[in-house]
Design a protein around this ligand. Structure first.
Ligand code: SF4
Length: 181
């Protein structure tokens, strides 16, 4: 992406509560089977959502899908909670980040970019996910989890000097927007 195109996008994103961001080369993103193994063995959402494995495909399929893009925009938003160990409260605090992610997607699309968006945690739009009996009810709003693609988002953050340990009871949410013409 040209510097002038980045500048124009950033001007349009300036009013959103984005804490930090980085433009990435897709080649610097690793797609790891090890991350998928953690989904499979440790995440209660494995096999329960269109936003998670195995519904998102194999790690190799995810890598091939993403490598068709020119670059990626990684960004964070913060959320303050009373108790970060309270999963219900933590997940409820995520909706603001999902709304910002939809706005970021729209800014890229309005500028003529085709996008693939990954966000944070499993999708929670519906009370009960339709997976696997019926197709996803909101494919335009649903963003697969970054980790479901085998991507370790904290690794990308460290590589790009993005803070993710903001102190007690502050959550850092991540999204990753792949873009191409
Ligand atoms: S939008 Fe609904 S059906 Fe689609 S992944 Fe999310 S919870 Fe499941």
């Amino acid at each position: 992406m040209e510097e002038t195109e980045k500048k124009a996008l950033l001007e349009k994103l300036a009013d959103l509560p984005i804490m930090q961001y980085a433009f990435l080369d897709v080649s610097e993103i690793q797609f790891r089977e090890r991350v998928r193994y953690i989904c499979e063995t440790e995440c209660p959402q494995y096999g329960k959502s269109w936003a998670c494995p195995p519904a998102v495909g194999t790690v190799e399929e995810c890598r091939e899908r993403c490598q068709g893009y020119q670059g990626a925009f990684l960004f964070t938003t913060p959320a303050q909670v009373q108790d970060i160990r309270d999963l219900k409260e933590t997940l409820a605090a995520r909706e603001g980040h999902e709304a910002v992610t939809r706005q970021v997607r729209d800014v890229f699309q309005e500028a003529g970019w085709k996008v693939r968006v990954l966000s944070t945690e499993s999708c929670a739009i519906c009370g009960a996910c339709s997976y696997p009996q019926e197709p996803c009810r909101h494919p335009d709003k649903m963003f697969p989890c970054v980790e479901s693609y085998g991507i370790l988002v904290t690794e990308l953050a460290e590589q790009n000097a993005i803070e993710f340990q903001m102190g007690d009871n502050i959550i850092t949410w991540f999204s990753l927007v792949f873009f191409r013409r």
